[in-house]
Structures are given as C-alpha cells and as structure tokens.
Design a protein around this ligand. Structure first.
Ligand code: PMP
Ligand code: GLN
Length: 383
C-alpha cells in the first residue's frame, strides 16, 4: 500500500536530533530547552500526595477547576484581565497541544497563516495538517524585531491567523505594547485571529516587562493565548499547559481539545494548583533567577571568541561563531561543537523558511546549574 505522507517535509525535530547527538557523545546538552535542575520539593511533594490520595482518573475535560482558578487569578493580578476560569481557561497536556488545537480550530483549507521567522517548529506542521499554508515573514536580522510594513504587505483575503511568540524562542526578543498596537491596527478591519505563544511569559530580564496579549483589550477579543507550566515551574516533562481565549472561541477550542486528548493529566494539575495557591508570588522571582543564569553564562563567555548580545528574555542565548569557523554552516557548526568539543547547541537556520545569508548563530540554553554553566564557559572559551 502506498503511504502518502501528510508531512513529507518533516523529519525528527532538531531538539530530538541534537539531544540524541549530545547523549551519544556525552556532551553538555545546551540544545533542547529544559532545566538540568529539579523542580521545587513542595511541588514534587504535592504530586506524590495527590497520586497517593487517588487523583489518578480522568480530570474534567476543561481542566481541574482549582488550577483554572489559579491561572485566572494570576492573569487578573499580572495582566489586569478578569478572565473567567470557567469559560475562558482550558488546561491542556502541554502548550504544544494547545497550539495544535488552536490551529485546528481556526485554520480552514486554503487559509493563510502568518508566522515570523525564526519560527518555533511546531506551528507549520499543525497548519499543514489543517489544510492551511504558512506565510513566513523574516524578523529583522538585527534585534529580531517585526517589520510591520512587510507584515501589512503580506496580508491577503486568505489570511486567517497570525501566530506571534513573545518572549521569543529562539532569539529572546520581546514584542512591545507598541508592536501589539500596530498589529491591532493592521488587522482591525479584517477577519483575522491571533494565536499568541507566551510560554516564556515570566522569563523577562533587565527590568523590562512582558507585553501580554491578555493585557491588550482589543487584541484579546480575537485571540488565543497559550502558556506552559513546564517553563515556569521547571517541569517540562509534566507536559501541562493552558490556553486562554474569549468564551465563544474557547467553546470551539474545547471541541477540538476534547477529541485530541480529552483532558490533561490529573495529579499534575492538582499539584500545580496547590503550589500556585501556596506561592502566588513564586513567578515574581523568576526573572531574577534566570537573569542570574544568563549573566553567569555571558560573563563566562566574555573572553571567548563567540560574540553576543545578552538575551532579553526566555532561557536561551544566541551566540555568533563567525570568528571561530566561518567555513561551517550553523548545522555543521552545531555538530562539530557537539562531537569535537562536547557542547550541544541548536542551529538557528532550521527555524527559517529561507535562512538569511551570512548568519552564523547558535542557540544555547542557560536553564542549567551553576556548575554546568561554569563548565560550558570553560569549554567554549577554549575554542
Ligand atoms: N512554544 C515555544 C515557543 C516553546 O519553546 C515550547 C517548548 N519549549 C512550547 C511552545 C511547548 O511547550 P510544552 O512543552 O508545554 O508543550
Ligand atoms: N521548546 C523546546 C526548545 O525550544 C523544545 C521542546 C521540544 O523538544 N519539543 O528547545
């Protein structure tokens, strides 16, 4: 039988490839984004407690009510948006699933979806499966800001959805409130939805703040905002996230969600709800926590041959390697560094439809222990 792939262009994700290569060569794994330190004892203890207490059957399709309440109260506190826990917040098995559901809900055959390159890898396959087509707009190579003129020119009658990601993986760039205003103005008269991937919402440095779509009254009315507990609570393996959208859109999102997974994992949701209730201010110390890690890495690399601008957000740092090997593409460089020097990273070109010429950038993850970052600094400085 002929198996015709629905995703012929898709292979193993770069995160899996590089983590596998790192493991095979016993390299420091600064590629796939996850912490090498553990979650808080209180959170792990809460999970054990709920498993022992028998919270081991299906959760409510929309999410455990206590967790939806905690998410709503965080959103009210940080973004001054009084979203309804019952009608606007849905807990999902990870942000990836929320993004997938939002795309299946909104994108119809023949629709165009605007994405910005470098673009997180899960968006385009989901758009393709929905029968849509991604229209890629490259972010400015200096500073990874959006060229709104280029965006305006990309809009057509077929544009159905725009996907934004701020704080931005892989660059760490942030959209400002002015950017959101610009976007609102350009799509105001059109039937276009917005999917806002804000999984790094709490990892913003140097006193800057995150401009959430949740805090933008006009945009929120046509948006689905996605976040992940994995990033915020150092539990990427718990695969628990959420999506927030106005009630009418949420009703449609839930129709898809209930047949993609039905619900998210039960004991994780109870543990997160307990932890958020006990420590609502926990998220407020995350910027300082990760900024210190960014600074440790940047200081360690000060005398290396990599050049860089300290990342403004997320737990990723871009490094320009052209002073070391301008004869290698970034994919080759990432392999060389892993195999020959024992440090794994992510090449940037894989996040582009058309990678810019003369770009020599690797992404490294600094969600790592102090000793890991020290060792990484020593190895990278010696190259
Ligand atoms: N969006 C972005 C930009 C990400 O970097 C990630 C994962 N790191 C996700 C979505 C997916 O989050 P989750 O692990 O909760 O599915
Ligand atoms: N989002 C993580 C990263 O950017 C990877 C998650 C995954 O492996 N799918 O590194």
């Amino acid at each position: 039988m002929l198996l015709q792939s629905k995703l012929p262009q898709v292979g193993l994700t770069i995160f899996t490839q590089m983590s596998q290569l790192a493991n095979a060569h016993n390299a420091l794994n600064l590629s796939q984004g996850f912490p090498d330190f553990d979650a808080s004892e209180a959170l792990k203890e809460a999970l054990q407690r709920h498993v022992q207490a028998g919270q081991n059957q299906y959760a409510a399709m929309t999410g455990v009510p206590a967790l939806r309440e905690q998410v709503a109260s965080k959103i009210a506190r940080l973004y001054r948006n009084p979203v309804s826990a019952e009608h606007e917040v849905t807990i999902t098995p990870g942000a990836t699933q929320a993004l997938f559901c939002a795309i299946q809900t909104l994108v119809r055959v023949g629709d165009e979806v605007i994405v910005f390159d470098p673009c997180y890898d899960s968006y385009e396959p989901a758009v393709t499966l929905a029968g849509g087509r991604c229209v890629h707009i490259a972010l400015n190579s200096e500073g990874f800001s959006v060229d709104w003129q280029m965006f305006a020119e990309a809009l057509t009658d077929k544009t159905r959805l725009v996907i934004i990601n701020s704080p931005h993986n892989p660059s760490g760039a942030l959209l400002s409130h002015a950017d959101l205003n610009q976007l609102a103005e350009l799509i105001r008269e059109r039937d276009i939805y917005l999917l806002s991937d804000e999984v790094y919402e709490h990892l913003v440095f140097d006193g800057q703040s995150h401009s959430s779509v949740l805090a933008h009254e006009e945009l929120y009315q046509r948006s689905c905002v996605v976040s992940s507990f994995g990033k915020t609570y150092h539990v990427t393996g718990w695969k628990t996230g959420y999506m927030v959208a106005p009630a009418k859109l949420t009703a449609e999102l839930r129709k898809v969600h209930q047949y993609v997974s039905f619900c998210a994992v039960t004991p994780m949701q109870h543990a997160l709800a307990d932890f958020m209730q006990a420590q609502p201010q926990y998220v407020d110390q995350l910027p300082a926590f990760y900024q210190q890690k960014r600074d440790q890495l940047c200081q360690a690399l000060q005398h290396s041959r990599f050049s860089f601008t300290p990342s403004a957000s997320t737990y990723f740092q871009l490094l320009d390697y052209r002073q070391i090997r301008d004869d290698l593409s970034d994919v080759e460089m990432a392999h060389w560094l892993t195999v020959e020097h024992g440090v794994a990273s992510i090449p940037l070109s894989v996040f582009y439809q058309q990678p810019p010429k003369d770009q020599f950038l690797l992404r490294v993850c600094f969600a790592k222990r102090e000793d890991t970052l020290t060792l990484a600094g020593e190895v990278l400085c010696a190259i």
